[in-house]
Structure formats: C-alpha cells, structure tokens
Design a protein around this ligand. Structure first.
Ligand code: DAH
Length: 348
C-alpha cells in the first residue's frame, strides 16, 4: 500500500475511534501514539520514501500525530470532568431546575406607587423609628398630657416616665405623623416630604383591624402654603393613583396636629359615584386625613409659625391596597400565605 493511502486510512481510523472510558482512552494511546503504534510505524516507512518527497510526507504524518494527540487530550478532559461530576452526584444529562421568581408584597407595590407619585412633584422620602418617644408621637403633635385625644389611638407603651419628660417615655409609634416632627426639627423650610412606615395599635386582630399596619405621611411647609394647595395636591394624587376620572371631596374633621382638619374621600373606584356595595351606596370612599399644620406643632418643632404655614396628610397603605386589589381581610397582608402573595406577581 502506498504511504499516502496508509496516512489517509489512519486519519479515518482516528476520526472514527470512540473514547468513552479510561480503557478505551489507553487503548487509543497505544494503538496510535504508542512506541509501537501506527504513527511510529509511519515514521519508519518515511525512511524509504525518496528524498524529494520526504518533506511532503513528513508534514502529513506530523498532522496525523497532532490530530491523534488532540483527540486524546480532549477525551482525557471530558472523562475527568464527568468523573468529577459523578462523584458530586451530578447528572448533567438531567433537565435543569428553574428558579421561581418571587413577587413583591402588595403593600410594597402600593407604597412604592404612592411614593413615586409624590416624588414626581418634588417630595423627598424620609423615615423615622418605630420605637418612638412620647414627644414625637404625641406631645409635639399638640396632644396635651392626659388629653382624651390620646385615646383615639390605642398605644403599646414601652416605658412610662414620671410624666415630666416626654422624651423619656417610649412607645411603639401609633402613626407616621411622628416623622413630621423629626423632619421639622432637623431641616429648614421649604420642606416637602413623604414618610412611609409601619405603625402599631393595641387592637384585637380581626378582618378589619390589626395590631400593626402601614401609613404614608405627607408634609409641606413653606411661606404662604394654603388649604387650596393641599386640596390640589391631593386631587393630583387621587388622579395619579386611581385614574383621571377620580374625584375627591373633603369633610371637616378633627386631629390635634392640624387646624383646620379634614377627611378626604375619593369617588368610588368601582362605580365612579353611582353607588355600589363597595362604597355602601354613597359613591365615596374614605382614604386619608389631612389639614393645615397647627401653629403649635410648628413652634414645638422649631419652625417659626409667624413666618411659615404648611399642610400635612396621612393615609393607610392597607386601605389603599384594599381599594386597588379588593382584598378586604386585613390579616391576609401579614400572614405571608404564598398562595396570596403569588397573585401579585404580574402587578409589578
Ligand atoms: N396620623 C393620623 C392617623 O394616624 C393621620 C393623619 C391625619 C395624618 C391628618 C396627618 C393629618 O398628617 O394631617 O390617623
């Protein structure tokens, strides 16, 4: 047989050789690359080739050898990793496991949406502590000591002082209005801020009440801030949150920290004012409390009430979530039932 044909035959044999285990790997090495192997044999035959053809054939044989070597090292690598994987109990031929994407909590979705709306009109976001002193939660907000208005919110008290220093009496904050005071103490007007957070009240847990829930507080302090500014800001908010058709109305109310105070209703998001069982056939749904910041609160927080005025508002995030998602049992928001939470996957 011509040397050329032998080289081609060997090329084919290398291509078709299969190496799937250590035994085959060693057999391949001996057959093709061993000291008595096929390639060695070709080099022997090269000796009898006429001188002028030696270069050409030499090159061809070198190529076959390189091919055999590459095939051998590749096979070695593959076998080494697969033994490694087997020893880790890995089977790379099995289908992959997909990781399920989590979902945002509905209250986070609604909170973020509320904050985004106010950020668009220049409000910053500020936060305060959940364990709060009496000064920030009550006294500075114009709740006099022993005043019945303190009973509007059933408080979880932590340490009772001797009544002389409200900063020494600690409680779980009953509302995020406490953050208003902290912001005013620490910054100068103009102030425009929204403060989200968890608040606590000593209430029996039921579908309609919980011992903790979430609020967003709003505060705007500057020269010449008027009730009209408050109304327009809240109308803008309602339209951004519930859609262009939304309308609001204000009813006079009482809060110690605002004067005058109002409660705000939004036109029913379901029937748009016609009357349905969600709005109890009134066409309106209560969503927040608000008012002009009482001068006593400004002065207590270090803001000159003869120069500045401002408005404040506070809303419950659960309440807004109830209206947006029609989830009426408050307990669902804190039970972390995965079947409930997963339903909000598509929401954001
Ligand atoms: N802090 C009130 C509450 O928890 C809500 C509220 C009402 C906040 C009126 C305000 C306000 O800032 O002006 O029920």
């Amino acid at each position: 047989m011509e040397l050329k044909e032998k080289i081609e035959e060997l090329n084919g044999a290398i291509d078709s050789a299969s190496i799937t285990n250590k035994g085959e790997q060693e057999a391949f090495r001996i057959q093709f690359l061993g000291s008595k192997g096929a390639i060695k044999n070709l080099y022997e035959l090269l000796k009898s080739v006429p001188n002028e053809s030696k270069k050409e054939f030499g090159q061809l044989i070198n190529e076959v050898r390189a091919k055999a070597e590459t095939k051998l090292t590749t096979a070695e690598d593959v076998l080494a990793t697969s033994t490694q994987n087997q020893s880790h109990g890995l089977d790379l031929t099995r289908p992959g496991e997909t990781t399920e994407l989590g979902a945002r909590h509905p209250l986070s979705i609604v909170r973020n949406e509320i904050l985004e709306i106010f950020k668009r009109i220049g409000f910053t976001v500020s936060e305060g502590p959940e364990i709060e002193d009496d000064w920030h939660n009550f006294s500075a907000l114009n709740f006099p000591p022993n005043h019945p208005a303190r009973d509007m919110q059933d408080t979880f008290f932590i340490t009772k002082g001797d009544g002389t220093d409200p900063k020494k009496e600690m409680a779980l904050r009953t509302h995020t209005s406490s953050v208003q005071v902290r912001v005013m103490e620490n910054s100068k007007p103009p102030i425009r801020t929204v403060s989200p957070g968890r608040v606590y009240r000593n209430e029996a847990i039921s579908a309609r009440a919980h011992c903790f829930f979430h609020q967003v507080e709003g505060l705007y302090i500057d020269k010449d801030v008027s009730f009209a500014d408050l109304k327009q800001t809240l109308l803008y908010f309602a339209k951004e949150l519930f859609g262009e058709k939304a309308n609001i109305r204000m009813r006079p109310s009482y809060f110690p920290f605002t004067e005058p105070s109002a409660e705000v209703d939004v036109s029913c998001t379901l029937c748009h004012g016609k009357g349905c069982n969600v709005c109890k056939y009134t066409g309106w749904l209560e969503i927040l409390g608000c008012g002009m910041v009482d001068p006593n609160v400004l002065d207590a927080s270090g803001i000159d009430s003869t120069v500045y005025t401002g408005f404040a508002f506070g809303m419950g995030i659960e309440r807004i979530a109830q209206l947006k998602y029609r989830v009426t049992d408050l307990r669902l928001y804190s039970e972390n039932d995965i079947r409930f939470l997963q339903q909000f996957k598509a929401a954001h």
